[in-house]
Design a binder for this molecule. Structure first.
Ligand SMILES: Cc1cc2nc3c(=O)[nH]c(=O)nc-3n(C[C@H](O)[C@H](O)[C@H](O)COP(=O)(O)OP(=O)(O)OC[C@H]3O[C@@H](n4cnc5c(N)ncnc54)[C@H](O)[C@@H]3O)c2cc1C
Length: 310
């Protein structure tokens, strides 16, 4: 299966999510090429193991979904699969590219099935479906957290610089504002500390964020905490937020609604703190603590303070 993976960069280097997508598709891909959106990412991608060729686009790293879709249409000939992490750029560009090329689009795949189909969760993750694509080329986004990343070195791929694609004229990018980057990347963090409505204020979530930072974890939140303005949108975990599968997920004051569980139930160890012994979160928790979350937070803060930061 000839595969092209879209490489995204975070803070100047190839995103961990991209490394995980390469890992997801590499065993079935021969050859595996990478599409990079700027020269720096292209030279970094050329060092990734298993990559045959890097296509270096002239999007200068700032690709709108429309322009990226045009770029994908220009390079897609011969590929069976064009893959990327299930993140905003590909979520915007891939359906457009699929429409432009008459191809299928599969979103948020959990992996490749043995028969060449795509594994997908349905009904908030309650059902695992195999989706077959009927077109010669399929665009697919993958849930990066389900795979281990490939190494950042070991390869020596050739780099091909692509011709510039014409700008899309019906819309233009006016401004990009980076949101403040706080702490670890939620999608790929090994430990996530998440707060729900039980935290009761923005200050308390910020305090939980400080605790997370000190133990090397990313901050997550329930939708109720986000809707109440306690936590930023980017922290939302769940069906309509991010899907995470860290080594450890610590849930404070989160009831465990099915839409939240859909985003974190594949975590390896789940620790829940809730004052309600009947809270549904305990049905998925490996360690459950019935009690006041603020008391547990104070104890953790004292413990981390006594041991120093991670
Ligand atoms: C279409 C749709 C999509 C959705 N998508 C998402 C999503 O992506 N992510 C998501 O999270 N939700 C999502 N939701 C919302 C979801 O249904 C729940 O409403 C939400 O998850 C509840 O958040 P919560 O657990 O923080 O709040 P609550 O359900 O209000 O729970 C708060 C918990 O805190 C506990 N608590 C309170 N005070 C303390 C204390 N001092 N100590 C210990 N425990 C305490 C309470 O016992 C309670 O269990 C979605 C809903 C719909 C309909």
């Amino acid at each position: 299966m000839k595969t092209l993976v879209l490489a995204e960069s975070d803070h100047g280097s190839i995103s961990d999510a991209t490394l995980r997508v390469i890992s997801a598709v590499s065993q079935r891909s021969a050859p595996l090429d990478v599409l990079a959106l700027d020269a720096e990412t292209a030279s970094e991608a050329a060092r990734l193991p298993g990559v045959a060729r890097v296509l270096s686009s002239r999007c200068d790293g700032v690709a709108t979904p429309e322009r990226l879709a045009a770029q994908l249409r220009a390079v897609c000939a011969g590929y069976s699969l064009i893959a990327a992490a299930h993140r905003p750029l590909a979520r915007g560009a891939f359906p457009r590219a699929a429409a432009l090329t008459g191809s299928a689009f599969v979103a948020d795949a959990l992996g490749l099935a043995n028969d060449g189909g795509f594994l997908r969760g349905l009904y908030a993750g309650s059902v695992l479906a195999t989706v077959a694509s009927e077109t010669a080329l399929t665009f697919a986004t993958f849930r990066a957290s389900s795979f281990a990343p490939v190494e950042r070195a070991g390869g020596n791929a050739s780099i091909v610089t692509l011709d510039a694609v014409p700008a899309f004229e019906k819309t233009s990018l006016v401004e990009r504002q980076a949101t403040q980057h706080t702490g670890h990347d939620l999608s790929t963090a090994r430990v996530v500390v998440a707060g729900g409505r039980g935290l009761a204020s923005q200050e308390n979530i910020a305090r939980l964020g400080t605790l997370a930072e000190r133990i090397g974890a990313a901050l997550g939140a329930s939708r109720a905490a986000v809707d109440a303005g306690y936590a930023p949108n980017a922290a939302q975990v769940g069906q309509t937020g991010k899907t995470v599968a860290p080594d450890a997920y610590l849930a404070f004051g989160i009831s465990g609604a099915i839409q939240h569980l859909a985003g974190m139930k594949d975590s390896k160890i789940i620790v829940a703190v809730n004052k309600d012994p009947d809270a549904p979160i305990f049905s998925v928790a490996d360690i459950g603590l019935v009690g006041d979350l603020f008391e547990t937070m104070r104890e953790l803060e004292a413990y981390v303070g006594a041991r120093g930061t991670s």
